[in-house]
Design a protein around this ligand. Structure first.
Ligand SMILES: [Zn+2]
Length: 325
């Protein structure tokens, strides 16, 4: 860990486990990410700050890495209690300004994608119900410092440069500490697991489920951009710090390359929907993982379509994929 930075691992009620928040001592006293809007998470954050002889009320700046509620859910509460300013990329600022409305659009988009790719209505309905019940883990917050690519922001004793790295979500932002050869990366890169390339509603163009963003292609490009920075240490949103960023990015690339070939092998047996592929790859997958699995498959399909090896055909509102030629 670099000087003046403390990692606070805040427990969450989600499958992913604890979320990392980072306290940056100095002026302004800064917290990067907040944990979800949940009593147990807030208690843990209060206790964690207490051990450092700090309180929520001392916070002067909150920086947010991306739109997922385990990272931004408590921002409104912390801002209210401390009067801290909140900083986020402009795409994220728009999203969290009205979180409820953003989530409704998000769910509608996911439902349209699922219908188009053969996910049974029962699964889609269950997922939407779950998503509605999870909205309480977030709250809308007004962003005071709207950040753009290349902006520089003072946080604690450090100076951080803003870079958008879409892939895991469209709002993934990393904050590069050039002086310390390090960066706070949210879920852009995690050491212990491969981050899901979630097919979210695009925030910078029309949300047409038939013209989806190639999430995984963008994500791989984002990872390459980060690898090129040659940073010594990354501070992720979950798990341990990352010290071999280039190796990790190479590993992730290999992993996706292998999965892409495995998916292509399924198409060689015959036409399939993306949902068929997801069920073949992950038999017995819990319902709450269905959209993540579909996103994963579609991400690889985008690569195969790009390479001219798979084509999509729509009939009666459902897209079938088959090997080209
Ligand atoms: Zn996330």
């Amino acid at each position: 860990m670099i000087e003046g930075v403390t990692k606070l691992a805040i427990p969450t009620p989600f499958r992913v486990g604890a979320v990392n928040c980072y306290l940056l001592e100095g002026d302004p006293l800064t917290l990067i990410d907040t944990g979800p809007n949940d009593k147990a998470s807030l208690d843990a954050l209060d206790a964690g700050l207490g051990e450092l002889n700090r309180t929520v009320e001392d916070l002067e700046l909150l920086i947010l890495t991306h739109q997922h509620y385990d990272h931004v859910g408590l921002a409104a509460e912390l801002k209210e209690r401390s009067g801290a300013k909140v900083a986020a990329h402009e795409l994220l600022a728009g999203f969290v300004a009205d979180y409820e409305a953003a989530m409704i659009l998000e769910d509608d988009y996911a439902a349209a994608v699922m219908e188009l790719h053969g996910v049974p209505e029962k699964t889609s309905t269950a997922l939407q119900e779950r998503s509605r019940s999870y909205r309480r883990y977030a709250a809308s917050v007004e962003i005071d410092h709207v950040l753009r690519e290349g902006d520089v922001i003072d946080a604690g004793e450090r100076t951080l440069t803003v870079a958008l790295r879409p892939g895991h979500s469209p709002t993934d932002t990393i904050f590069i500490d050039t002086g310390a050869w390090s960066a706070f990366v949210g879920d852009h890169l995690l050491g212990h697991i491969s981050s899901n390339p979630v097919l979210h509603r695009p925030l910078d163009h029309e949300a047409d489920p038939r013209r989806r963003r190639p999430t995984l292609i963008r994500y791989l490009a984002s990872m390459e951009e980060t690898a090129k920075l040659d940073l010594e240490e990354l501070f992720p949103g979950h798990g341990e710090n990352i010290t071999y960023c280039r190796d990790l990015v190479y590993e992730r690339g290999q992993h996706h390359e292998e999965r892409k070939e495995r998916i292509f092998a399924e198409f060689e047996k015959g036409p399939r929907t993306a949902n068929d592929i997801a069920l073949r790859l992950w038999p017995g997958l819990p319902v709450d993982q269905a959209y993540l699995a579909l996103s994963e498959v579609l991400g690889h399909v985008d690569m195969l379509v790009d390479e001219g090896r798979v084509v999509e055909e729509e009939s009666a509102g459902v897209i079938t994929l088959r090997a080209a030629g």
